[in-house]
Write a protein that binds this ligand. Structure first.
Ligand SMILES: Cc1ncc(COP(=O)(O)O)c(C=O)c1O
Length: 898
């Protein structure tokens, strides 16, 4: 391997965080090392003389255990050849592996140099059908394994749509390691003969990650007793652990004796329980299950429709290309997009298609599959983005005068929704990150305090919903399970809306998944059902209430404990996701996921009305089809893609932190910069950089964590502001697109489409830019480190609603709807220049904003209708150099209610 920038980034090859490339990297590395010896003509025992080769071969031996196919055999052969001093022979074998991994043919290899087994494998490699891997967990002998492979080959037929290979591991630890390192595994067969511990020399990170996986299940230490009960227990334990890691992986139990007894105890953990003799049934089940993941009912319906000869006597002239192919002026529409787009366009809801407004067929099925994939009770596809998804959920759940606690920095669609529903808005303040001119997230203590304030004022029953953005645009991630648990302890029937516009991907990685709203709702529901929770709850109640009067103790007691909700608290959780932002879907493709125990009674009817209100009667079918395909993709390869995304972002951050020139010019913001120490227990600035286990611990324990797929880089030392850097440098000169900047930061987001070469290109561009900034500094005789850009005034907190719109009880909620409608009346408003406003504020007046004023970026409203305009707001706005400020006309000034 030549020392390019890219491969300077390699980390410990034993890290499961980078396992998507670990196997191919390890083989490439071995090839590089052995090539050196072969070229030197050194014919001694390479294994004895070269520690690096020995180590990498040993690492490969372990890695290959967790992958199906040919690897282990090659590792053995290569070891033997190297020990005999045949480096050229070893190199030839390594070349074959590398080509087989890349699925290319081996150049210059005469077929007669392959043995029969290898020739058969080569042929098998050419099979074009999609291939997946099946993990089998059991202690086996070499004979067992050969028999299994042979049986799998025998059962394979040309009618099968997919093919699979076995990965066979002996222990529970190895099963976890395999699921963490090999994303191709889509099914797992457990046989009770497995042992507990791995005999492999695993990396420390992998060992720690395996321990963490075991600990996620209550009472988790692997049982050593061999009694029948212990045996059932350890099988259940392993099933729960594997299901928690990768819920998309189907579990099967294959047992010998007493299968009927086991079936009763175990079926809800396993898709099916088989006897050893039922090989064919098992084989068919494995294929059927993958075909269920592969199934895209709506996309198939659209394809069917496109193939049918249909006469259109209805709307939509572009349907079937009608108005396009016969035109001499717009034929390029079909040339550019292809005829299929037009063949797929239809306004029909019959003939196998379905209606998004009242789905019963293909769309309903696609929604059910999406619910399965994202762990929801039910999922709704949305074709007008999360902006609309949010309005639907607000309207479904909020009645006029319900108090809604809402992050002031949330997306404008929430503010608009509150204005539409007539809910009373109580803004929550996120912690500010003044050095970087953006906000963090809302600390749980503030949410609890506000709920306690409502309780003290006797208004808690009015508080109905809490909505928060998880994760924030800048990648600050809440712990939704903890937030919901503690809030429900104060008010047990709260509804939660989690805006996961940027977080759909998180459901497909074992560590990030637990901080998604749906996974949190499920875990919380499970926790509330447990006997341990009931007794802990009773104990805590005794501490939190005065035994004499029954009154709650003072707020300090409620704030200092991790509050436990009543076992009968309601789990009512909604998540909105811009699928198109982080997964495969056409623009505007979004989803609403629901986990609501009171759905039928409290929400269903209102939800459907809200869905009708905001959904077009001509929803875009191509968006729906793309959502269906995006769901198929994440169920089959989401884990690999998300791993890659997180790993590549970490590589980018490391490159900036390590490269001498980049380090002098840019600074990657870490958890230490983005999450104040009070809100985290882990001390690692970038946990994933130190391994998956470190990330896992931080994501288990910290109040807030940073999504590692986002890299915020501070650019103060370039001497240019974020907006200029984005437009003039990244976009205009190098065609690199970023979305979010602040005055002195630029956010680089990776996604499931990001490639290694894209990261390498970005690093190359950053190096060029850093060279240029440094040259300019020297040319202008500036000091090596430019002083920080001008001071930015602190971000103003939400001031208050004006008395006309506030409740008057000293609590923060206000009536956004009345303020908004007043602000629409021409006779009630005036335009006032910033200078004039400043004078009015100086005279002690309290001018009131008539509308939303939203600088973009950062993209949250600095003023909302009905809000008192203060000197802090004016200072902040005066210092902003943002080009785009929605709701503010620089020529006329602010819109103010008279
Ligand atoms: C937090 C948040 N919620 C909702 C939205 C709106 O999403 P969409 O563009 O899918 O309408 C955005 C858009 O940037 C957002 O950042």
């Amino acid at each position: 391997m030549t020392p390019t920038l890219e491969n300077q980034l390699e980390r410990d090859p034993g890290m499961p965080a980078s396992s998507w490339r670990l196997r191919s990297d390890a083989w490439e590395f071995l090839r590089f090392a052995v090539k050196r010896i072969a070229l030197e003509g050194n014919s001694g025992d390479a294994l004895a003389s070269d520690g690096e080769i020995r180590r990498s071969l040993r690492a490969l031996e372990t890695i290959e255990l967790y992958w199906a196919g040919f690897g282990q055999r090659y590792v053995r052969q290569i070891g033997e050849l190297l020990a005999q001093g045949d480096a050229a022979g070893a190199l030839d074998r390594i070349g074959r592996v590398v080509h087989r991994l890349r699925r290319t043919t081996v150049p210059g290899s005469a077929e007669d140099s392959f043995d029969d087994a290898e020739l058969a494998e080569q042929q098998d490699d050419q099979d074009p059908r999609p291939r997946f891997e099946v993990l089998l967990v059991d202690e086996t002998t070499a004979g067992d394994r050969d028999a299994l492979y042979a049986e799998a080959q025998r059962l394979r037929t040309s009618a099968d749509a997919f093919i699979y290979d076995f990965v066979i591991v002996p222990s529970a630890d190895d099963a976890i390691a395999a699921l963490l390192t090999n994303p191709n595994i889509l099914a797992c067969i457990v046989r009770p003969g497995f042992s507990d511990r791995s005999r492999q020399a695993l990396s420390r990170d992998l060992r720690d990650s395996i321990e963490l996986a075991h600990q996620q299940q209550p009472g988790a230490a692997p049982a050593s007793s061999r009694s029948a009960l212990a045996s059932v227990h350890r099988v259940m334990q392993l099933a729960d652990t594997l299901a928690a890691l990768r819920p998309e992986v189907d579990l099967y139990l294959v047992a010998g004796a007493h299968i009927e007894d086991l079936a009763g105890a175990l079926t809800h953990r396993f898709r099916r329980v088989f006897r050893r003799e039922d090989q064919l049934e098992l084989h068919l089940s494995l294929l059927r299950r993958v075909s269920h993941l592969y199934d895209t009912p709506f996309f198939s319906a659209i394809q069917d429709h496109a193939r049918r000869p249909v006469g259109v006597f209805h709307a939509l002239p572009v349907g079937r290309g009608g108005s396009v192919v016969s035109s001499k002026w717009i034929r390029d529409l079909a040339d550019f997009y292809g005829m299929n787009l037009l063949l797929a366009e239809t306004s029909a809801t019959s003939g196998g298609l379905d209606s998004l407004l009242a789905p019963t067929g293909a769309i309903k099925k696609a929604q059910d599959l999406a619910a399965r994939a994202f762990g929801a009770h039910r999922t709704f596809l949305v074709t007008n983005g999360t902006s609309t998804a949010n309005k639907i959920v607000h309207q479904a759940l909020v009645e006029p005068d319900d108090v809604v606690l809402v992050d002031r920095n949330c997306h404008k669609s929430h503010h608009h929704a509150l204005m539409l529903t007539g809910g009373r808005t109580a803004y929550l303040e996120a912690y500010p990150l003044n050095d970087f001119a953006f906000y963090g997230a809302v600390p749980l203590s503030r949410i609890k305090q506000l709920l306690l304030d409502y309780r003290a004022a006797g208004r808690l029953d009015e508080v109905h919903m809490i909505t928060l953005t998880n994760c924030t645009f800048d990648g600050i991630v809440y712990d939704p399970e903890r937030v919901m648990a503690e809030c429900l302890a104060i008010k047990p029937d709260l509804v939660f809306l989690w805006d996961e516009a940027w977080f759909a991907f998180a459901a497909f990685h074992p560590v990030t998944r637990r901080r998604t709203a749906m996974a949190a709702a499920k875990r919380l529901e499970g926790r509330l059902r447990s006997a341990a929770h009931a007794s802990a709850y009773e104990e805590q109640r005794a501490r939190l209430f005065d035994p004499e009067t029954g009154a709650p103790r003072d707020d300090a007691a409620w704030l200092s404990e991790r509050l436990l909700p009543a076992p009968d608290a309601r789990i009512r959780v909604y998540a909105t996701q811009s699928t198109h932002k982080t997964l495969t879907a056409l623009r505007q493709g979004s989803m609403i996921h629901v986990y609501d125990q009171d759905w039928a009674l409290e929400a269903e009817y209102a939800f459907h009305e809200a869905f009708m209100t905001h959904t077009s009667t001509s929803p875009n079918y191509q968006i729906l089809a793309s959502l269906d395909l995006g769901r198929r993709q994440v169920e089959l390869e989401g884990f690999e893609l998300v791993q890659r995304q997180l790993d590549l972002a970490t590589s980018l951050a490391q490159a900036v932190a390590r490269h001498p020139l980049l380090r002098r010019t840019f600074r990657v913001l870490t958890a230490h910069d983005l999450v104040p120490a009070d809100y985290r227990e882990s001390s690692r600035p970038m946990p994933l950089r130190d391994g998956l286990a470190e990330m896992w611990r931080a994501w288990d324990d910290d109040e807030f964590v940073v999504d590692p797929s986002r890299v915020t880089i501070e650019i103060t030392r370039t001497g240019v502001d974020g907006d200029t850097f984005k437009h003039q440098y990244l976009m205009d000169q190098y065609g690199i697109q970023v979305n979010k900047t602040s005055r002195n930061t630029v956010l680089f987001m990776t996604n499931i489409g990001t490639s290694r070469s894209a990261i390498a290109y970005l690093i190359e561009v950053l190096v060029k830019l850093a060279q240029r900034f440094e040259r300019d500094r020297v040319a202008h005789g500036l000091p090596p480190v430019a002083s920080d850009a001008e001071e930015m005034p602190p971000l103003p907190d939400f001031s208050a609603f004006a008395p006309a719109y506030a409740h008057g009880s000293g609590l923060p909620d206000g009536d956004l709807r009345s303020a908004f409608t007043d602000g629409q009346r021409r006779q009630l408003i005036e335009y006032v220049t910033p200078e004039e406003l400043r004078e009015r504020v100086g005279r002690g007046e309290e001018p009131v904003s008539a509308g939303f004023v939203t600088p973009y970026p950062p993209g949250f409203p600095v003023l909302v209708p009905g809000q008192v305009i203060t000197a802090e707001v004016l200072d902040f706005m005066a210092a902003l150099d943002t080009r785009e400020i929605h709701g503010f006309d620089p020529a006329k000034g602010y819109r103010v209610i008279r």
